[in-house]
Write a protein that binds this ligand. Structure first.
Ligand code: TRP
Length: 325
């Protein structure tokens, strides 16, 4: 069973990234042959500062390791280190139609019909399909917002196989089995997001114990009596209970029953968070200060990824009538 997923090189992760996606990846690597990719080529589809892209890629790579992706269990690599991705990306662009790419809601949202939008933003889903198909992945753990892209990857694989013969495995989307949709601590109606400018809205994996404690203590709750899990009417406390739930693997409802006021709940939650996040922070800082180790791990991941992706690329090229030497 093979699993592949990708993450944008946006640098420092917050607990929403950690509990929403990364914990699933960490869990997957125990039972599936896992490939995890820092998608730096996708980052080029919007305006990006070269220095930020570079540090974002290094930090994202380090974050994944710090969060528990084990380079001995998973193939962790950077997309641009594997030339088969843009190669298969082109092949996917020549498999997809303009109409299909035009229907992608992410492009419609981000592109907004502007003339100056990059062509790469339009073809982004073709490259994403290539990322997945290159590894013959069985399953792709992704968030809701990526379902449409995954559907396209399935369509493209199916079409290619029909036109040129069985070449790609048709991947299944995977709804995360654990994990949570972590909301903004200051506005629990929104997802915790990197783009929020409000300091207390999110907890980074690099936050100190003190910062974690402070942000949880200031998290928005409500003025209802007691503690209960009621996402509709009490989204702030529901969010805290859900975070607590992914840490302890207990039901949010069961956790709520143990408390009658917010103070002790927040105290116990921040203790539990600190216990999980502080070793992640320590390992991240260690890696950030040891670029040699980081580069060696990138090499290791890339060489395994190249092996697998290159084989698929050769098969696909041969099937299409490109001369392979
Ligand atoms: N588009 C994905 C996102 O924005 C990132 C991504 C790129 C990806 N290639 C992928 C995710 C392949 C899963 C599989 O989150």
């Amino acid at each position: 069973m093979r699993v592949l997923s990708g993450i944008q090189p946006t640098g420092m992760a917050h607990i929403g990234n950690y509990y929403g996606a990364i914990v699933n990846w960490v869990r997957e690597q125990e039972t599936a042959e896992s490939f995890y990719c820092v998608v730096d080529l996708h980052a080029l589809t919007i305006e990006v500062d070269p220095k930020e892209l570079e540090s974002g890629t290094l930090d994202t790579f380090a974050t994944l390791i710090a969060c528990g992706i084990d380079p001995n269990k998973s193939t962790l690599f950077v997309q641009s280190h594997v030339a088969a991705h843009p190669m298969l990306g082109w092949i996917m662009e020549c498999t997809a139609s303009m109409g299909e790419l035009n229907r992608m809601t992410q492009f419609k949202d981000k592109g907004r019909g502007s003339d100056s939008v990059k062509a790469g933003l339009f073809t982004y889903p073709a490259l994403m399909a290539a990322d997945i198909l290159a590894y013959q992945a069985d399953r792709v753990p992704v968030g809701d917002d990526q379902k449409q892209h995954l559907e396209l990857a399935r369509d493209l694989a199916t079409r290619f196989n029909r036109l040129y013969g069985e070449t790609f495995k048709v991947p299944e989307p995977q709804i995360p089995s654990v994990g949570a949709r972590v909301m903004d601590l200051t506005d629990p109606t929104k997802k915790m997001s990197k783009s929020s400018k409000v300091m207390n809205s999110k907890i980074y994996i690099t936050d100190s114990d003190k910062e974690i404690q402070k942000k949880i203590s200031r998290a928005v709750t409500d003025t209802f009596e007691g503690v209960a899990y009621d996402p509709q009417n009490r989204p702030g406390v529901a969010n805290l209970l859900e975070i607590f739930s992914v840490i302890t693997l207990q039901k949010p409802q069961d956790i709520a029953e143990k408390y009658s006021t917010y103070g002790p709940l927040k105290k116990d939650l921040s203790d539990a968070l600190i216990e999980q996040i502080s070793p992640v922070r320590e390992r991240f800082i260690e890696l950030q200060n040891d670029k040699g180790e980081l580069f060696a791990l990138m090499q290791k991941g890339a060489s395994r990824a190249i092996e697998v992706a290159e084989e698929t690329s050769r098969r696909a090229r041969r099937a299409m009538g490109l001369v392979v030497i």
